[in-house]
Design a protein around this ligand. Structure first.
Ligand SMILES: Cc1cc2nc3c(=O)[nH]c(=O)nc-3n(C[C@H](O)[C@H](O)[C@H](O)COP(=O)(O)OP(=O)(O)OC[C@H]3O[C@@H](n4cnc5c(N)ncnc54)[C@H](O)[C@@H]3O)c2cc1C
Length: 374
């Protein structure tokens, strides 16, 4: 069976690992990614605030050595889901089973004025740029502005705001600075009142302001102003934006997407094309965009491919997982959410503790060991 996996992020790495573990001797898996290394999303916060060296965050795909799996560093140029044929900048692949795990890209230009007037920390390049910019900041108003309700890692803007408090405090600039988070969501974490309230309580302690339920319509780079859907305008000295997210162009051109993302059957992650699955940020499955959900979806798809070969039952996708939330001051909170297992999402929130730091570290080190043997 020839399985071709497009994208070696949380979803793609987990599917390839599960297939190798169980069917390594009988399956031929090709895993394709344009990059030479994987980076945990949260590592961008560490780079931006100077907590980690940029070179240290890359996990090289050459270390992803699994029986039955060949990694190819190539850029996917075209996907034909009807014939399961994939064309890259170097080769053409025909798959018996095709899995699309290509994540989400950013469209900075979708917010007028943002490219000229703000910074983003959601890409490695953006985080590296901010690492250079932050030390030149001499205090003023920092706005963490969320430009879309459908962004990766719902807690990340709150984390950036609380870590910004620590950063400005350490530099002696907090007294002459304001930190404002602007989000189109109704609360920092709408799915969990406990988590949203916990973050807002911490914001109140730290003097961080939150403007919720407000979309940014445009940025005026000349006057350093954020214009909101509410009619309000906010002056900023430093804008850290979470840009509009879009599916990669190759996905939009493939006929797989509807309304901008790939629709899938929630329980199985099947697309409407036979033997074509899609997992993670590139789908509209109904979970927020986060690595833990992409990884869980990857396990479910791998189980179905394995069952196809060996028989046996599979379990439906639950859309559940644990996420860690940086609260600053070396404390990390934890939230568990199950989005698809019942009629309504359920959640459980554990407040910030110093122990949470070790739990988050274990989350990263367990994946690093499982996928990269490092
Ligand atoms: C600041 C920040 C903090 C975060 N914190 C967390 C966290 O604490 N916990 C958590 O679970 N999630 C977190 N996330 C979110 C997480 O990083 C993503 O949701 C996750 O990586 C999505 O996994 P995926 O497999 O769907 O896609 P990705 O991991 O994005 O993988 C997609 C892959 O496809 C490749 N690709 C795309 N287009 C092409 C092409 N044309 N050709 C070849 N390859 C291509 C990309 O190079 C990429 O490697 C965070 C994200 C950010 C930005």
């Amino acid at each position: 069976m020839k399985v071709v996996i497009l994208g070696a992020g949380f979803g793609g790495l987990e599917i390839a690992t599960c297939l190798s573990e169980t069917l390594g001797d009988v399956v031929s898996v090709t895993l394709i990614d344009k990059n030479d290394s994987f980076v945990f999303g949260y590592a961008k916060l560490d780079v931006m605030f100077g907590r980690t060296a940029p070179e240290a965050i890359h996990l090289p795909y050459r270390a992803f050595a699994k029986p039955g799996v060949a990694f190819r560093q190539e850029t996917i140029a075209a996907i034909d889901p009807g014939t399961r044929r994939v064309v890259t900048d170097r080769a053409t692949y025909d798959a018996d089973v095709l899995v699309v795990a290509l994540g989400a890209d950013y469209d900075v230009a979708a917010t007028p004025g943002l490219a000229e007037g703000g910074h983003e920390f959601y890409s490695v390049a953006g985080a590296k740029r901010l690492r250079e910019v932050l030390p030149t900041f001499q205090g003023g108003t920092v706005v963490v502005g969320v430009m879309t309700p459908h962004y990766k890692c719902p807690p990340a803007p709150s984390e950036a705001s609380m870590l910004m408090h620590d950063y400005l405090t350490a530099r002696g600039l907090r007294d002459r600075s304001r930190i404002i988070m602007v989000t189109p969501l109704s609360s920092p974490i709408p799915v969990s009142k406990a988590a949203g309230d916990g973050i807002l309580a911490r914001f109140a302690e730290l003097g961080i302001e939150c403007i919720a339920g407000a979309s940014t319509t445009r940025v005026d780079a000349a006057t350093h102003t954020l214009h909101l859907s509410t009619g309000d305008a906010i002056h900023y000295d430093l804008l850290l934006a979470i840009p509009v997210h879009v599916a990669p162009k190759v996905v939009l051109e493939s006929g797989l997407a509807e309304g901008g993302w790939i629709p899938v059957e929630k329980a199985t992650l099947k697309t409407r094309f036979p033997d074509v699955y899609a997992v993670g940020d590139v789908t509209s499955v109904g979970t927020p965009r986060a690595g833990i959900f992409s990884e869980g979806a990857g396990k479910v798809v791998a189980a179905q491919i394995i069952a196809r070969h060996r028989g046996g039952d599979t379990v439906p996708y639950q859309g559940d997982g644990h996420c860690y939330i940086e609260f600053g001051a070396n404390q990390v909170a934890e939230i568990y959410v199950n989005f698809l297992g019942g009629p309504k999402p359920t959640s459980d929130f554990k407040g910030a503790t110093p122990n949470g730091v070790a739990d988050k570290r274990r989350f990263g080190s367990s994946r690093t060991a499982r996928w990269f043997g490092m």
